[in-house]
Ligand binder design. Sequence first.
Ligand code: SAM
Length: 224
Amino acid sequence: MALLAVILVGLGLLLQGFASEGSGAAHAGVIVLWPAGSFVVTALLMLASSRFGKLRARDRLLNRLALSGHETVLDIGCGHGLMLIGAAKRLPRGKAIGIDLWSQTDQHANSPEATLANAAAEGVSANVDVRNGDMRKLPLETSSVDVVVSSLAIHNVPTAAERAIAMREITRVVRAGGRVALLDIAHVSEYARELQRGGWTIEHSGITPWIFPPTRELVARKIR
Ligand SMILES: C[S@@+](CC[C@H](N)C(=O)[O-])C[C@H]1O[C@@H](n2cnc3c(N)ncnc32)[C@H](O)[C@@H]1O
């Protein structure tokens, strides 16, 4: 996106600079500069979102959980550990478990080692555990966690049927009374419907102001 923006801006400015006023090439320069401008704005928004916004969105979502500090929190599709590490910082007597299948398409340089290094850098190694696993078949016991969190991960599961399986896996591993807190760029109403079918009540659903492209948040509680 940023590269495309730079190429279009360069092309537009070249056409504007070298073509004579009112010529076809000068008009083409103006036409190229319009989409170039929107690419520049989009690239800047995405950069700001990735550098600062995701952390704010994470903290805003975790604040909603008001963790007491002794919970077991599972981050599905943890990647480099955005939610995992944020949760671990709030769990002085608890544990944060991250599972991921380490797709290199969804996240650059994705590996358990990279996530553990991030946890060490943030001083939370002692209560972080990272495992290989697929959110459609979670490697955890039934009713073994208090909270499931996930950020920008579930939409990577390719079909609605498979995402429903992931939701049922969340329902299986969370204890009655436990919570789920999710951020995602797509399919969030589908997750909410599937959770409600599984006996959850939706506590919050809305858009986070901190991530571009627009991203929805969902918090729910398992009733039975
Ligand atoms: C865009 S990254 C987001 C990583 C991290 N949660 C964050 O917000 O920065 C999506 C992550 O989901 C993982 N993922 C995709 N499909 C998965 C699946 N079926 N089970 C577990 N993890 C999955 C990918 O490997 C990747 O680490």
